[in-house]
Design a binder for this molecule. Structure first.
Ligand SMILES: Cc1ncc(COP(=O)(O)O)c(C=O)c1O
Length: 372
């Protein structure tokens, strides 16, 4: 089946290795195994368990311990409502493989992770891209959304908190979106890979899986738990949907790695400590970014409220791809062009990592902006 090039991944593949200052990354400083076991406070016992572990296949849909921990991230989920996947990327793909057929009507809220429109397009679904706007603080205009969702819409794909904008949909609005979907009996696939990283108040937004029978939530260890190297994610949905997904999954996954499952369970059981660590880091990075933006007349930043990225508008006579290539070539600073996320004149910045580099790279970027 033909599929469009995944533009963000292509950008990383081509340019990440040439960068000196990587501001395109979306992870909070990744944890080492040592750091994880120290946080969990059970290092010796864990090491014994790891060393004596036979490297067989793991529990097929994820260990009971892990599924119980994942269910605990939600209000209304049980281990039977969860299936474990190869990252959130595997989770999103499995949901779409299971539910979307040629001709199905899909509404995808953009900007977002490209899977949410390119995979359905590759299945010859009829995909409508619903664009968020800066004027609306990157939140969906519900009247417009309602007009775009028809009686025959099969699924709405959305991402909350949003990559790249860092916008967090308020819980009341999540309920209203579910109401719009319900009128059409449509599924909602919400990519909640940044859920747990709201900057203020409760770090967890309401999940569509908890508040809507046809709501499907995907999540993972990559962002919230700083463990992207585990390649471990999940899907939470009603049991009938999970059964359908597991039928596809048999052809795709068998089980995730037994050590990935083990480390993920330990991390989620220690969620408060890891999330506190990550939110502290995000706060420092965000402060650096916002202070810089105030003194930089050529950019405008809508303050992100969740996740690890901001989507900044710039004023310069170059497309975002041209700007990013020139910036990288001349200075070694790597940003992500908005064009890879379907919106030119914007740039994505990740700010959860390496603050000295972040400060220095933003200074360099300001110098660059003066001369183009
Ligand atoms: C919105 C979104 N969904 C899914 C993914 C994939 O995450 P994972 O590493 O869990 O496969 C990413 C990674 O950047 C992402 O930003």
């Amino acid at each position: 089946m033909k599929i469009d090039t995944f533009k963000v991944e292509e950008w990383f593949n081509k340019y990440e290795k040439n960068s000196v200052y990587d501001l395109a990354d979306t992870c909070v400083d990744p944890l080492t195994i040592d750091e994880l076991l120290i946080i969990a406070g059970n290092k010796q016992k864990a090491l014994e368990e790891i060393f004596s572990q036979k490297l067989n296949y793991g529990a097929i849909h994820g260990s009971q311990r892990l599924k119980r921990a994942i269910a605990g991230l939600y209000e209304n989920q049980k281990p039977e409502n969860i299936t474990v996947t190869h990252g959130a990327i595997g989770a999103n793909q499995l949901v779409m493989l299971s539910l979307i057929e040629p001709g199905d009507k899909v509404v995808s809220v953009v900007p977002t992770y490209q899977q949410h429109y390119s995979i359905p397009k590759s299945f010859e679904a009829d995909v409508k891209m619903f664009f968020l706007s800066e004027e609306n603080n990157w939140l969906p205009d519900l009247e417009q959304l309602e007009k775009n969702v028809g009686k025959d819409t099969k699924i709405i794909c959305i991402n909350n908190p949003n990559n790249p904008t860092g916008a967090v949909i308020p819980d009341e609005m999540i309920l209203q979106i579910a109401h719009i979907a319900k009128q059409s009996d449509a599924y909602i696939l919400c990519d909640e890979v940044y859920r747990g990283l709201n900057h203020d108040g409760n770090p967890f937004s309401a999940s569509f899986a908890d508040i809507y029978d046809k709501g499907i939530s995907t999540g993972s260890m990559s962002k919230v738990f700083s463990l992207a190297g585990l390649r471990l994610g999940w899907i939470a949905a009603n049991e009938k949907v999970i059964e359908e997904i597991n039928r596809q999954r048999e052809y795709n996954t068998i089980s995730v790695g037994i050590l990935d499952d083990y480390f993920a369970a330990i991390a989620i059981e220690n969620k408060e400590k890891i999330i506190k660590r990550n939110l502290e880091k995000i706060k420092i990075g965000k402060e650096i970014l916002l202070t810089w933006s105030k003194s930089e007349p050529q950019v405008k930043v809508i303050t992100p409220n969740g996740g690890t990225t901001a989507f900044i508008r710039y004023n310069a006579p170059l497309s975002s791809t041209e700007l990013c290539k020139k910036l990288l070539h001349e200075t070694g600073v790597l940003l992500l062009p908005g064009e890879t996320m379907e919106l030119d004149k914007y740039l994505r910045i990740g700010y959860g990592n390496n603050f000295e580099q972040l400060k220095k790279a933003l200074e360099i970027f300001s110098g660059f902006l003066k001369h183009i």
